[in-house]
Each structure stands twice: as structure tokens, then as C-alpha cells.
Design a protein around this ligand. Structure first.
Ligand code: HSE
Length: 437
């Protein structure tokens, strides 16, 4: 049988990795897919041919991606350009032309996935996006297919390699935030706009996708609560460690009676949890299903070949599906499109979680009583508390508190009341805490 012809848009970090992996493992991949897979046409504005093994095997390379999506010989288009536009227009045109699509573009899927999947359904083509979430970890396949028997209860993941790399280097080596970020950029981990990494937007894209395939809800990126890691201080990393916790930038999505929680923020997690020990650029996703219990998926969340691993696996899946009836394929969002749920995504005020708080207080009698009184009136239970020693001649001391789980709105109101006390100095730091039990 003739090999399947693939059009590739983008020859950057992931595009180059995809060419290399397909070239190196072509024979093995063909044994799995049942047919050879060749990149017959590629498009990139700029690329470094000397860094891409096997680039000479691509028959045609142009700087115009529209030629790829309109190429009648191409059956599958791989979109590795990234960003919202023109990726959206190119993917929709490929679908319109009856081509299957493989993409690593989490921003595109999170924001425009509903539109793209509907267009693909109408044309009977597949849009595969394993590489969009957690790089090389086959988490989409695991949740969508491997856990199909379960009611998924919650997912918590470290799903941005750059952010995890920064937090790890800051904690272990005391390195400076900007210095580590520059290294992540040089290694090809960071997004084109690295604020997407450090402000949690990239993780929010990925979490939005995970939440939809876990709970069978439409993609609702705009409702994801997103808080970055730029304000995490070394003090908080140290105090959290002393209390038996690690601070991780976590994406959490949970189904409750009232709706779905969808949130990305720095989070204290017990240091003894496996996921708390996922360091560097590695990603990990903890999925809790009602039948299977907790399952943990770990691997490289960014980088050329790890991400290419997911892209090529999608290519193999699409090649295997070429002759199947479109109605019998795995649905894009795991649930049949007509069976998606309209359960709401909860506003952050409604989310229930525990908290780490750090405030600077005057070291004198009655201070703790005032703070505890506000928490007591708000129905917030204090789990642990520690007052640090005052420095030489200091009258202000750091006070660290851990609370039990409470609605975010009640916590916001309590923090606002405490901030008004004249025994408090400066900002009250609040970091959410999840036991992940
Ligand atoms: N910038 C992303 C990360 C790349 O650091 O995880 C993979 O999506």
C-alpha cells in the first residue's frame, strides 16, 4: 500500500522533532500503522535545516502554509505553528478540504476547539491533539479511552514544564526567576510568549482540554481561573517546606454537585505525594476515577522529541482510522457530541479549598485572638499555625496559618477583614492548599 502523505506546518522545535522521529523510526512506525507515513510537503517561514535530521526526505518545503492545506496529495495536515491565528483559519481550511488534522496547539483547541470539532464532524475527519496536553505523556488517550469506564472525579496536574522548571530551580538552587526562565527559553520549553507559561495561561489551555474530556463538557477556556507563579517568594517556598508541603503550579478540575471547578494557581501539596516530587521540566497528571481510584501519569511535558512522540502517535492513530466509519471513531471530547453536559463551570468564589496564609503581625498580646476571632466568625477552621521568631529589635513577625477547606468567598471576606486590623502590616499572602487525597 502507498504511504500516507502528510503536510507539516511549522519546522520549529516540535516540527523539527517530528521530522526527526518519523525519519529515524519510520520502519517501526509503518509496522504499527500498517502503512508508511511520509511528510511530502512542509511549510515554515524560517527553520534551521542543520538541526533537523531527515529534512532531506521532505519532497517539498515552502514558506506558505496555505499551499500545504490546499495540496490535493496530502491526507493529513500537522499543525505545529502554534497561536490562535492563522492556525485556526489553516486548520478550518484543511478540514474543509477533507483532510485530517493533527495539532499540538493547546491554545487553538482550548479556545476554538468547539468550532473546529463541529467542522470536523460535518466533514467526517479526525482532529487529533494528544501533543497539546502534557507533551509526551499520552494523557488524552488515557482519559478518553483507558478510563472510559469511570466517572472521573477530579484531575490535578503539573502541566507546564517551564513553570515547574522555574519553581524547582528556585527551590533547589536558589536561582533567580528571570535567569531560569531564560534557560527554559534557550532549551525550547517556553512558549513564544513566556508570560503564557509563568502566568498560567498555557496550563489553563491544557486544563480546559482535560476538563472537557474528563467531564464531557464543551471547551470553556474563558471560564478557567488563572493565577501565575510570578509572586511566589522564597520565604513561602521555605515555610511551606518546613510544614511538610511543596509549592507547585497546579491545574485542578473537579466535578462537584454544583458544577465543575476549573482553576490554575500555585498550590501547596503534601511533600510526601508522588506528584509533589515531580521536578524540572517534567509534567505529571493525577486522575481520580470512581472505579480505578487515583492514577498518575508522568513524563516530559515539553521539548522537541517528547512532544513529537505524541504528534507521531496521533499520526499513527489517524492512519489506522482512515478506513473506519466516522460515526465509530473515538469522539473528539471523549463523549458523543450530542451527549455533552451543560453543567456550569463554577466561579472561583464557589470553589472549596484549604489555604496557606502568611501575614506580618505585631508581636504583642491579643493579636492572635483578633485574627482567630475573624476566622471563627467566618466559620473557618484553623488547621495549623506558626509564629516565627522576631528579628533583633523587630516588633513585627511573620505568622503562618493553614486552614481547613472553606469556600473561597468566605476566605476572601475574612482576609479583607484581617487586612483592616491595625496589628497587620503589609500584604496577606494566600496560597491555596490541596491534600490530593
Ligand atoms: N511551554 C510549554 C511548557 C510547552 O513549558 O510546558 C509544552 O506545552
Amino acid at each position: 500500500m502507498n504511504p500516507v502523505k502528510v503536510g507539516l506546518m511549522g519546522l520549529g522545535t516540535v516540527g523539527g522533532g517530528t521530522v526527526s522521529v518519523l525519519h529515524r523510526n519510520g520502519a517501526e512506525i509503518a509496522r504499527r500503522a500498517g502503512r508508511g507515513i511520509v511528510i511530502s510537503h512542509a511549510a515554515a517561514k524560517v527553520y534551521d535545516a542543520s538541526r533537523i535530521n531527515g529534512i532531506e526526505s521532505i519532497a517539498r518545503i515552502t514558506d506558505d502554509a496555505w499551499q500545504v492545506v490546499d495540496d490535493p496529495e496530502v491526507s493529513i495536515v500537522v499543525e505545529l505553528i502554534g497561536g490562535y491565528s492563522p492556525a485556526r483559519e489553516l486548520v478550518l481550511r484543511a478540514i474543509e478540504n477533507g483532510k485530517h488534522v493533527v495539532t499540538a496547539n493547546k491554545a487553538l483547541i482550548a479556545r476554538h476547539g468547539n468550532e473546529i470539532f463541529e467542522a470536523a464532524r460535518k466533514k467526517g475527519v479526525v482532529v487529533a491533539f494528544e501533543a497539546a496536553v502534557a507533551g509526551g505523556i499520552p494523557i488524552i488517550k488515557a482519559v478518553r479511552e483507558g478510563l472510559a469506564a469511570n466517572r472521573i472525579e477530579w484531575i490535578a496536574g503539573i502541566i507546564n514544564g517551564t513553570g515547574n522548571f522555574i519553581l524547582t530551580e528556585m527551590r533547589d538552587k536558589g536561582r533567580d526567576f528571570d535567569d531560569v526562565l531564560k534557560e527554559a527559553q534557550a532549551l525550547g520549553y517556553a512558549e513564544a510568549d513566556p508570560t503564557f507559561d509563568v502566568e498560567g495561561i498555557d496550563a489553563a489551555h491544557k486544563l480546559t482540554i482535560l476538563s472537557s474530556i474528563a467531564f464531557g463538557i464543551p471547551l470553556q477556556f474563558e471560564k478557567c481561573y488563572t493565577e501565575g507563579i510570578t509572586r511566589i517568594s522564597r520565604e513561602d517556598v521555605t515555610y511551606a517546606g518546613e510544614m511538610g508541603y511543596r509549592i507547585k503550579h497546579l491545574g485542578v478540575t473537579r466535578k462537584t454537585d454544583k458544577g465543575v471547578e476549573l482553576r490554575v494557581h500555585p498550590t501547596l501539596i503534601p511533600a510526601r505525594r508522588l506528584i509533589a516530587n515531580v521536578d524540572g521540566v517534567m509534567n505529571a497528571v493525577l486522575v481520580h476515577g470512581d472505579a480505578v481510584g487515583p492514577t498518575l501519569y508522568y513524563g516530559a511535558g515539553a521539548g522537541a522529541e517528547p512532544t513529537a512522540s505524541a504528534v507521531v502517535a496521533d499520526l499513527v492513530d489517524v492512519v489506522r482510522a482512515l478506513t473506519t466509519d466516522p460515526g465509530n471513531r473515538v469522539p473528539h471530547l471523549a463523549f458523543q457530541p450530542s451527549a455533552l453536559s451543560d453543567i456550569p463551570v463554577l466561579p472561583m468564589d464557589e470553589v472549596v479549598t484549604a489555604y496557606y496564609l502568611r501575614m506580618t503581625v505585631q508581636d504583642k498580646p491579643g493579636v492572635l485572638a483578633q485574627i482567630a476571632g475573624i476566622f471563627g466568625n467566618a466559620g473557618i477552621s484553623i488547621e495549623a499555625m506558626e509564629q516565627k521568631e522576631p528579628g533583633e529589635g523587630e516588633t513585627l513577625v511573620p505568622l503562618i496559618m493553614l486552614t481547613q477547606r472553606v469556600r473561597e468567598q468566605a476566605m476572601n471576606e475574612a482576609i479583607a477583614a484581617i487586612a483592616k486590623l491595625d496589628v497587620i502590616s503589609g500584604e496577606i499572602v494566600r496560597i491555596r492548599l490541596e491534600s490530593l487525597r
